[in-house]
Design a protein around this ligand. Structure first.
Ligand SMILES: *[C@@H]1O[C@H](CO)[C@@H](O)[C@H](O)[C@H]1NC(C)=O
Ligand SMILES: *[C@@H]1O[C@H](CO)[C@@H](O)[C@H](O)[C@H]1NC(C)=O
Ligand SMILES: *[C@@H]1O[C@H](CO)[C@@H](O)[C@H](O)[C@H]1NC(C)=O
Ligand SMILES: *[C@@H]1O[C@H](CO)[C@@H](O)[C@H](O)[C@H]1NC(C)=O
Ligand SMILES: *[C@@H]1O[C@H](CO)[C@@H](O)[C@H](O)[C@H]1NC(C)=O
Ligand SMILES: *[C@@H]1O[C@H](CO)[C@@H](O)[C@H](O)[C@H]1NC(C)=O
Ligand SMILES: *[C@@H]1O[C@H](CO)[C@@H](O)[C@H](O)[C@H]1NC(C)=O
Ligand SMILES: *[C@@H]1O[C@H](CO)[C@@H](O)[C@H](O)[C@H]1NC(C)=O
Length: 503
């Protein structure tokens, strides 16, 4: 008497007898680390499955991970995927058997299985599949080829029709810790950062208005790509790898041609198969008149809208080439003088703190100086900011209807013509709304620098809220110093809310 599972297997073999020789030596093969796409034309109309040989990992000790990604929502005839690493199994399928697994996609359209291989025994069978189905299959020796990674892309800032977006960080941050006796700090004017050697991840940005409903697609690279293709919003004016902060490098995109007051959805795709996102953001109203500044080596985190007139014709946003020297020169002088005073202490010899060094102090001061030197423009939220249609949103924008946020942001209206907060800035001819820096930016300097530098931050119970966003990130007044204990726990979120300027 045969055990049930074996009996099923035998009968499955018997049924597919005419195909048997072909089935036992699959004529198609999956290549290691190369995704394979299957669409309607590939699915067989009969009950015969498509059979693929699986590659062996280069090292016999490393397991093979096979992943499936749906490239369109599954139809009622959606294909099923069966896999085996047992050479005795001719065609893995619903009949089961020893070492036969089914890959069942999750709600995000992904599935994966990891198993050890026994020299050329691996097979994958695709059963069924309808005219509207489309999938990608991957085999890899370093985890799933298809993956939805947790960290979303980062919004720098937006104007009415432009935006700065960043991929998740990659590569270790090359922040040098100098040592005694050669305690050298970086100069105020940092060199333009050079990307690390070796292969860098290849990030692609997918951006579409929220109405394009990318979020209702399978959250896979191929689905987002094919759905966004016709609808991709805006134009990429500039793309570069940028060392933004100690978290590491990011790919930066400067986009133009967006629609005012529209809620956009942004994803990044790493090396064609791995997805990060979504991140949401809303463009400002058509009357928003501030300009983006970015790509400043001496202020690497500065990437937001500032109250300056439109930049010279050849640049779409201010960068180190187009920024007026009247703004950069004093900033660099403050930083140079600060660094000189800091180096009069016994940097690297007498440790004023077990945790912080002179290099940390200089970094925190640079960050703070940039945040207070470049006033950031914001905008009170508009009623139709969720952008059901951009047309109705612009009408609401024109009337300037304001909607209270659950937690109002640190926004302060600035009437036109008043002297700028930073005297190096020309008076701005239009009224704008300032988004104040987060108070934590100041506290970071206070914590990182030796006491003799005399750096002081305003106290939350007095007038700190005149110059800073207070109590958003860390706790204040009764919850002092509780990191992340503030009203929002962060300066901004992935839904498009920004409460204070973190950079
Ligand atoms: C899938 O079908 C397309 C179009 O007929 C063909 O070019 C491609 O080679 C097929 N792929 C496989 C893996 O059979
Ligand atoms: C792989 O599949 C398992 C369940 O089979 C799931 O928990 C896991 O999140 C998947 N991994 C990835 C990277 O999708
Ligand atoms: C198939 O993979 C499973 C899980 O990794 C493993 O336990 C089993 O020994 C493998 N079988 C063969 C024939 O390699
Ligand atoms: C001190 O360090 C700097 C930067 O790390 C380096 O450029 C310089 O050559 C060093 N000087 C000496 C004397 O080692
Ligand atoms: C990055 O990916 C895109 C799209 O997948 C491709 O066109 C481009 O050639 C890739 N670039 C590099 C450097 O691999
Ligand atoms: C920097 O220090 C020099 C010399 O001490 C001084 O003349 C200059 O005013 C200082 N600059 C700033 C911006 O503080
Ligand atoms: C954009 O849309 C998302 C999804 O509906 C929502 O959660 C988010 O709050 C919206 N963002 C803004 C700024 O309206
Ligand atoms: C600033 O804080 C003071 C005292 O805590 C409070 O009375 C005032 O309303 C606050 N101002 C703003 C703009 O939040």
């Amino acid at each position: 008497m045969l055990p049930d599972s074996l009996w099923l297997l035998v009968s499955a073999l018997a049924l597919s007898l005419p195909d048997r020789t072909a089935a036992q030596t699959p004529s198609r093969a999956l290549l290691l680390n190369t995704p394979l796409a299957l669409a309607a034309a590939n699915f067989s109309s009969t009950s015969t499955p498509l059979l693929f040989a699986l590659p062996d990992p280069p090292s016999s000790s490393s397991p093979l991970t096979v992943s499936i990604a749906l490239c369109s929502a599954a139809s009622s005839a959606a294909p099923r995927f069966f896999i085996t690493n047992d050479s005795q199994v001719a065609v893995p399928g619903p009949g089961g058997g020893t070492d036969v697994w089914e890959l069942v996609v999750d709600s995000g359209g992904l599935a994966n299985v990891t198993m050890t291989m026994d020299g050329g025994a691996g097979k994958l069978a695709v059963w069924g599949g309808g005219a509207s189905d489309s999938v990608e299959i991957g085999a890899s020796d370093s985890g799933p080829l298809h993956e939805h990674l947790p960290e979303p892309p980062l919004l720098g800032d937006s104007t009415s029709n432009q935006a700065l977006l960043y991929s998740p960080p990659f590569g270790a941050s090359p922040l040098a810790q100098p040592t005694y006796p050669n305690y050298t700090l970086p100069p105020a004017e940092l060199a333009f950062p050079t990307p690390p050697d070796g292969p860098l991840p290849n990030y692609t940005l997918i951006l579409a208005p929220l109405t394009a409903a990318l979020t209702s697609q399978p959250q896979t690279a191929c689905a987002l790509r094919s759905h966004a293709d016709a609808k991709t919003a805006g134009d990429v004016l500039r793309q570069q790898n940028w060392l933004r902060d100690e978290q590491g490098w990011r790919t930066e995109w400067l986009l133009d041609g967006l629609t005012p007051l529209t809620n956009y959805t942004a994803y990044t795709i790493q090396d064609g198969t791995k997805v990060n996102g979504p991140t949401y953001f809303t463009t400002k109203s058509a009357s928003f008149s501030c300009q983006l500044v970015h790509s400043l080596p001496f202020c690497p985190t500065t990437s937001y809208a500032v109250p300056l007139p439109p930049p010279p014709a050849q640049s779409a946003a201010y960068d180190s080439k187009s920024l007026p020297p009247a703004i950069s020169t004093p900033l660099l002088a403050y930083l140079t003088n600060f660094t000189t005073s800091l180096l009069t202490s016994a940097c690297g010899r007498d440790h004023y703190s077990p945790l912080k060094s002179c290099a940390d102090c200089q970094r925190a001061y640079r960050h703070w100086l940039c945040a207070v030197s470049f006033p950031r423009c914001g905008e009170f939220p508009h009623v139709a900011a969720t952008a059901t249609t951009s047309a109705s949103a612009s009408t609401a924008g024109a009337t300037g209807a304001q909607q209270p946020f659950a937690v109002p942001a640190a926004l302060v209206p600035q009437p036109s013509g008043v002297p700028a907060r930073n005297p190096a800035f020309p008076a701005f001819s239009q009224p704008y709304t300032a988004l104040l820096p987060c108070l934590e930016t100041c506290y970071d300097v206070d914590r990182a620098c030796p006491a003799f530098m005399g750096f002081k931050c305003p106290r939350p119970e007095f007038n700190a809220n005149v110059s800073y966003g207070v109590g958003f990130v860390d706790g204040v007044l009764g919850k002092e110093g509780v990191v992340g204990g503030g009203s929002t726990g962060a300066a901004q979120d992935r839904w498009g809310n920004v409460w204070c300027n973190p950079s």
